[in-house]
Ligand binder design. Structure first.
Ligand code: SAH
Length: 460
C-alpha cells in the first residue's frame, strides 16, 4: 500500500451513494421531530418549526456564541426550532435567531449533540468532493508531521520501516466530526461515531480506498458512544479482505493488532511517543506496568534495558497477544512477568506484601467519558495513583495517564497532587504528556485533548 498518498487531483471519483444533502433530496422518508418525543432513549425534545419550510436549524437568541468561536457541536438546548422535516444524518444550515447563516451541520435528533458542523462557509457544498478535500488535507498534515519515509505500509522491506501505524483521521480535529481512521500497515480501520459520518460512510470508504489502496478497510463502529447517537453497533469488513495477521511496527517494535475484537481500533496509537519516553527511562529499573493491554509500554521498557517488568491487565486475550508480541521482537522473556488481574486489587496486594518498584506506569481505561462522570472517575484515579506512589522506591518514577475526555488536564494534576498528599509523599512533575502528533487537537475543540499524562519523580 502506498502510504496515504493522494492520487492526482484530476482522478475522477465514483459518485457518492451517501449524497443525501437536503438540497438534492426529493423524498421525505423520515420521522418528524415530533415523533422523536417517543424515542425510548430519552432523546432531546426539539421544537419542530414549519414542516413545509426548507430544512434548517434555528438557534435560540444568544446561543450562537460557541459556533462563532468555531466549536463544532450544537447541543439540543441551544436549538429554538428545526424547520422542515429533516432525517438523521442530513446536512442542514444552522442560523442564529435573526436568521443569519452560521454553519452547515449534520443533524441527529436522537443525540444531545443534535448537530455537528461540517463547514462554516455558506458557499461550501457538502458532497463527496468535500470529503475528498478534508481527507486529503488530513493526509497532507500527517505527511508534514513525520520525516518522509518514517511511516510506511509494511510488506516487503518492512524491517527497515520504523513506523507503519498512524491515525490518519482524527474526527472533529480534522474537520470530520465522528470519523476516525487508523492505519496499521496496509489495513485501515474506520470508526464511525456520528449520524453525519454514518451518512457519508460509504463515500469516505471509497475515497480512502482510492487514496490509500489498502488491502482492507475494516469498520469498528461498535463503541458504547454509538448508543448515545442512536446508531446501531457495527463490526466488519467494509472493503477488501482482512488478513489473518495484522501487525503494526512502532519505533521498530512489532505488535499484533486485533482489528476485529481488540480495544478501540485494535491498538493505542496515541501513546506512541509516551511509550518511547518510557524506554528512555527504563534502564536497570524494576518496572510495574498497570493496564498493559497488549504490552506496549512493557516492550519498550524491556528494550530500554529494564531489569524486570511486571505487567497487569484484566483481559486474558490482551495478555496472550502481549506475550506473542514479546516473542515477535525477540525480547528477553525471563525479565517479563504477565498477570491477569484487577489492578485495583493487585496494587493493594503488592502494597501489603511490601513490594516496591523504580518505575510505575498507570494507563487505565476511560473512567469519565464526559464531565458528568468526573467525580466518580476522580476517585478511581486518586485510588490507583495513591497506591502507585506507595509502591515507588525513593527517587522512583510514576508515569500516570488519563484518557477521559471528562477530566481536564488541570483537574488531573489536582487529583494526582491529592493522591501524593494522602500517600504522604512529595513529588516533582518532570514531563507533561499528551497524545502523539497524529492525534491533533483543534484549538476550537478542547474536547479533542482527551489524553493527558504526567511523569513524576518521588522527592527524597
Ligand atoms: N497502556 C496500553 C493501553 C491500556 S488500555 C497500551 O499502551 O497499549 C486499558 C487497559 O485496561 C485495557 O487493556 C483493559 O483490558 C484494562 N483494564 C480495564 N480495567 C481493568 C482493571 N480493573 N484491572 C486491570 N486491567 C483493566
Amino acid at each position: 500500500m502506498t502510504n496515504h498518498k493522494p492520487r492526482s487531483p484530476s482522478t475522477p471519483h465514483r459518485p457518492s451513494q451517501g449524497n443525501r444533502d437536503f438540497r438534492n433530496r426529493t423524498k421525505r422518508d423520515h420521522k418528524s421531530p415530533d415523533d422523536q418525543k417517543n424515542n425510548p432513549r430519552g432523546a432531546p425534545q426539539l421544537h419542530a418549526g414549519a414542516a413545509t419550510a426548507p430544512p434548517c436549524i434555528v438557534l435560540k437568541a444568544g446561543r450562537e456564541k460557541s459556533l462563532l468561536r468555531r466549536h463544532p457541536w450544537i447541543f439540543s438546548g441551544a436549538i429554538e426550532r428545526v424547520d422542515g422535516a429533516p432525517a438523521s444524518g442530513d446536512t442542514l444550515p444552522v442560523r442564529d435567531a435573526s436568521g443569519i447563516f452560521l454553519a452547515w451541520a449534520a443533524y441527529n435528533p436522537a443525540s444531545q449533540i443534535t448537530a455537528r458542523v461540517w463547514s462554516w462557509r455558506e458557499e461550501e457544498i457538502i458532497d463527496a468532493d468535500f470529503f475528498r478535500r478534508r481527507i486529503a488535507n488530513a493526509f497532507e498534515a500527517r505527511r508534514a508531521l513525520l520525516p518522509s519515509g518514517e511511516v510506511g505500509a509494511g510488506g516487503e522491506g518492512a524491517s527497515t520501516v520504523q513506523n507503519t501505524g498512524m491515525r490518519l483521521i482524527h474526527a472533529e480535529s480534522d474537520g470530520l466530526p465522528g470519523l476516525i481512521v487508523d492505519q496499521y500497515g496496509d489495513v485501515l480501520v474506520m470508526q464511525v461515531g456520528s449520524a453525519g459520518a454514518e451518512r457519508w460512510r460509504d463515500t469516505c470508504a471509497d475515497i480512502l480506498q482510492e487514496l490509500c489502496d489498502p488491502v482492507c478497510i475494516y469498520e469498528r463502529s461498535d463503541s458504547d458512544s454509538r448508543g448515545l447517537e442512536g446508531l446501531e453497533l457495527r463490526n466488519g469488513v467494509l472493503r477488501g479482505t482482512l488478513p489473518e495477521n495484522v501487525e503494526v511496527v512502532e519505533n521498530g517494535l512489532r505488535f499484533k493488532v486485533d482489528v476485529a475484537t481488540g480495544q478501540k481500533t485494535g491498538f493505542y496509537l496515541d501513546q506512541r511517543n509516551n511509550r518511547a519516553l518510557t524506554e528512555s527511562l527504563a534502564r536497570d529499573k524494576d518496572v510495574l506496568n498497570c493496564f498493559c493491554y497488549t504490552g506496549g509500554f512493557s516492550l519498550y521498557a524491556l528494550r530500554g534495558g529494564a531489569k524486570s517488568v511486571l505487567s497487569i491487565d484484566a483481559s486474558g486475550d490482551a495478555l496472550r497477544i502481549a506475550e506473542d508480541n514479546l516473542s515477535r521482537n525477540s525480547l528477553d522473556a525471563t525479565r517479563a512477568e504477565w498477570m491477569e488481574a484487577d489492578v485495583f486489587q493487585v496494587l493493594r496486594k503488592l502494597r501489603d506484601q511490601g513490594r516496591t518498584f523504580d518505575l510505575i506506569i498507570l494507563d487505565p481505561p476511560k473512567f469519565a467519558p464526559t464531565a458528568a462522570f468526573a467525580e466518580k472517575a476522580a476517585r478511581g484515579y486518586k485510588d490507583i495513583n495513591l497506591l502507585g506512589f506507595k509502591l515507588l522506591r525513593p527517587g522512583g518514577l510514576l508515569c500516570t495517564y488519563s484518557c477521559s475526555g471528562g477530566i481536564s488536564e488541570d483537574l488531573f494534576q489536582k487529583i494526582i497532587a491529592g493522591a501524593a498528599l494522602d500517600a504522604g509523599v512529595d513529588a516533582q512533575i518532570i514531563h507533561y504528556l499528551h497524545a502523539s502528533a497524529d492525534h491533533p487537537v483543534r484549538l476550537s475543540f478542547p474536547e479533542g485533548a482527551y489524553l493527558k499524562g504526567l511523569v513524576l519523580r518521588l522527592c527524597a
